[in-house]
Design a protein around this ligand. Structure first.
Ligand code: CP
Length: 332
């Protein structure tokens, strides 16, 4: 494996192999496996889990890492192609990425969606340009419409919990004060489809995921024997659910138009997951969210503090699966 950009680049069997390696490394740690190796981490956007779990995972395998957060002790970095750099940015990714790659054995980059042009973000135009500048093993730590490390950790979390392969997985839109990127919902719907689940995307009018995202999930479901559908009917969606996965995202209908988006979401404050959402669900239904989460805005305390909540396990699994990814990239 040379790159970890998208779970869709890997067959279901390859993903299962990575998950088995993650499990193996949890049970039988290899504290010198990556001795002498260096991981570079470039964060164009904030993080808690991704930053800490990659650093901790690399240390647990005997390697080292360095972190660059442009503008915080380093130059501000420009990502736009053709930009006239007469503003705050003193350095372009065209130089910064090859320079950083020359110092390390693998490089991870986080660069969220630009949030202005949906077609450009769906095509991952900027992230693909940045990936092309790196001649070392490369990791997507969240791009415009993908978060493969989160998706892999969520798959492992469901395996750990014994969620049936054909179980019902409900990805539900939840409220947030502003429009958030499509990366996690897009990665999540694909992951659950690739796992072979009955996937239902539950969302209010105006928040349908883009066709390209749904088509990719449908293709994964066709290959795995799963199914994907979407609805605005909360009661029907939650009926018999094995997993309710909550996520906030912005309306693709008003992409890049914050005012119109705010008007659309203003009356949707009741899209906050409460215990009553589980009334029609499977008795053992689990609650999942990638974090960070706004308590009592997206998800009520009673759910986050309740016995169904798996958010800490999901976050813990970030380190486990990323150790497997690093192992495959750097050791084979
Ligand atoms: N879920 C996730 O990627 O968390 P961070 O944004 O804190 O890295």
């Amino acid at each position: 494996m040379q790159r970890f950009l998208d779970l869709a680049d890997h067959s279901r069997d390859e993903v299962i192999d990575l998950l088995a390696l993650a499990q193996h490394l949890q049970v039988k740690p290899e504290p010198t496996a990556l001795a002498g190796k260096i991981l570079g981490l470039l964060f164009m956007n904030p993080s808690l889990r991704t930053l800490a779990s990659f650093q901790a995972g690399m240390l647990r395998l005997g390697g080292q890492s360095f972190v660059i957060t442009p503008g915080q002790g380093t130059w501000q970095v420009e990502m736009r192609s053709g930009a006239v750099m007469d503003g705050a940015s003193a350095e372009h990714v065209r130089e910064a990425i090859p320079v950083l790659a020359s110092y390390c054995d693998a490089l991870g980059i986080r660069a969220f969606a630009d949030g202005k042009d949906l077609a450009m973000d769906l095509a991952e135009t900027r992230f693909r340009m940045m990936a092309s500048l790196c001649d070392k093993p490369f990791i997507n730590m969240e791009s415009a419409v993908n978060h493969p490390c989160q998706a892999l950790a969520d798959w492992k979390t469901m395996d750990d919990l014994g969620v049936p392969r054909r179980g019902k997985f409900v990805l539900s839109w939840v409220y947030h004060p502003r429009a958030l990127p499509l990366a996690v919902p897009a990665a999540t719907v694909h992951m659950a489809a690739q796992r072979g689940m009955e996937v239902v995307v539950l969302r209010p009018e105006g928040y349908a995921l883009p066709d390209a995202v749904m088509q990719k999930a449908h293709a994964a479901a066709a290959a795995s024997g799963g199914a994907v559908s979407e609805t605005t009917d909360r009661r029907a969606a939650l009926e018999g659910a094995h997993v309710i996965y909550a996520k906030e995202w912005g309306s693709p209908m008003h992409y890049g138009d914050a005012e119109a988006e705010t008007r659309l979401r203003q009356p949707l404050g009741d899209w906050c997951v409460r215990e009553s959402w589980f009334d029609q669900a499977n008795r053992d239904c689990h609650f999942m969210h990638c974090l960070p989460v706004r308590r009592n805005v997206a998800v009520a305390d009673e759910v986050l503090d309740g016995s169904r909540c798996r958010v800490i396990g999901e976050a813990a699994n970030r380190m486990a699966v990323q150790m497997a990814v690093l192992y495959r990239l750097l050791k084979g």
